[in-house]
Design a protein around this ligand. Structure first.
Ligand code: NDP
Length: 401
């Protein structure tokens, strides 16, 4: 029997919801491009419930315990005294979400002698040291596409909210004001602007498609060029590198994975090449940008705004400079964990587990690392590497909190 160690974010401050604002969520037939949604044999939750928190348990407890497995769920994940680190040495499977990542560093992977499978309930497995996973024979899998459209919607929301100066205007209303001039002194129309994405995979392309009706000029750069008919349909301008794209774009959105090629891609030098007063939206991974360079660029006006939902480390320390920098529209890491997304990635996690326990292959599109090398989606989008370095900040934060 297996021991499954699962790290999920803490419950809401008032406990698990007793009711929900909506009665149901739309039932989708397939993802854009045709990939099917998760197909577990059964689910033990109602789609639309809060599943990503500790008490939500991804709806897995009955399924796992009925088969005699040990299922441990915790949000206590950082530092040597955490429940996660204590339970890790004899865990067979680890499940974690990027929103509240259980960092699987090389050191931790060495201690996890029995670990065979690390599942990302969501997308983005950079919290796992992929090189060490390959070395230690750990399979890494994620629920590809489960929350891509959720993130694309968040990106569009953030672009509009920065360009139109939504959040400061909302704050004036809450303060009892009617300060129209204060609200609009940084407010523009998106129409006619040049908007570019770094990475035009599932999320990047979905962002481009959603922005098309805003009558903007659309740009992209990617390691592989999109099919000609897609470029034509959306009127896309392709750039062979990031520098060429950022020079002409008023809005830049980052939609590439964090790996050795993209780590700190947006450093002070790259940001200085952007148009003065550009907006930068990053819902991909925080380490793709240089934390302090972003703060300085907002202070100097080189960037007119920065928004996203990804931080490093996560949870972000209380004194993280992005909390207080000017003209930002940051949220905690939530874009990919709407209730709609949770239903899909909880079902996808169950599908992976059902196959794993039945000795059946995990869908290729879910694989990141398998049999000691990058596999499936991982072989296409990643390039190995260790993005989990420097994860001790949450421990410092816990001590000071
Ligand atoms: P995809 O793999 O579908 O797309 C990523 C694209 O980025 C691919 O087309 C890839 O190129 C491209 N790419 C990789 N490296 C580079 C590079 N150096 N320069 C330019 N382009 C590059 O992934 P998704 O769209 O599904 O997700 C993207 C990322 O978003 C995830 O890796 C994850 O980190 C993040 N994410 C965030 C979430 C959130 O909640 N905030 C939720 C889900 C994902 P190619 O494949 O052509 O080689």
């Amino acid at each position: 029997m297996a021991k499954i160690l699962t790290v999920l974010y803490p419950d809401p401050v008032d406990g698990q919801p007793k009711s929900y604002s909506r009665d149901d969520i739309p039932k989708l037939d397939h993802y854009p491009g045709g990939q099917t949604l998760p197909t577990p044999k059964k689910i033990d939750f109602k789609p639309g419930e809060l599943l990503g928190s500790v008490s939500g348990e991804l709806g897995l407890r009955k399924f796992l315990e009925d088969q005699g497995h040990t299922f441990i769920v915790t949000s206590d994940k950082d530092g040597p005294n955490s429940v996660f680190e204590k339970e890790l040495p004899d865990a067979d499977i680890v499940i974690s979400q990027p929103f509240w990542p259980a960092y699987l560093t090389e050191e931790r992977l060495k201690k996890a002698k029995k670990l065979k499978l690390a599942i990302t309930a969501g997308i983005g497995s950079d919290h796992v040291d992929l090189d060490a996973a390959m070395k230690n024979g750990v399979t890494v899998a994620e629920v590809t596409y489960s929350n891509s459209i959720s993130v694309a919607e968040h990106v569009v929301m953030m672009i509009l909210s920065l360009v139109r100066n939504y959040l400061p205007s909302y704050e004036w209303v809450k303060k009892g004001g009617w300060n129209i001039a204060d609200c609009v002194e940084r407010s523009y129309d998106l129409e006619g602007m040049n908007v570019g994405t770094v990475g035009a995979g599932r999320i990047g392309l979905a962002v481009l498609r959603r922005l098309k009706p805003f009558d903007v000029k659309l740009h992209y750069t990617d390691r592989h060029r999109l099919p000609k008919e897609v470029e034509k349909e959306l009127g896309l301008i392709y750039h062979k590198d990031v520098e060429s794209l950022v020079k002409v774009c008023d809005v830049v959105t980052i939609n590439a994975p964090l790996h050795s090629e993209t780590e700190h891609l947006f450093d002070a030098k790259m940001i200085s090449k952007m148009k003065h007063g550009a907006y930068l939206i990053n819902t991909a991974r925080a380490k793709i940008v240089d934390r302090d360079a972003v703060v300085k660029a907002l202070e100097s006006g080189q960037l007119a705004g920065y928004a996203g939902d990804v931080w490093f480390p996560q949870p972000a320390p209380k004194d993280h400079p992005w909390r207080k920098m000017p003209h930002h529209g940051m949220t905690p890491h939530i874009s990919g964990t709407s209730l709609s997304a949770q239903a899909r990635y909880a079902a996808g996690t169950r599908e992976i587990l059902e196959n794993y326990f039945a000795g059946k292959p995990i869908r290729t599109e879910y694989l990141i690392v398998d049999k000691g090398k990058l596999a499936g989606t991982g072989a296409h989008s990643y390039s190995g590497g260790d993005a989990t370095k420097g994860v001790d900040e949450p421990i410092k934060y816990r001590k000071s909190a």
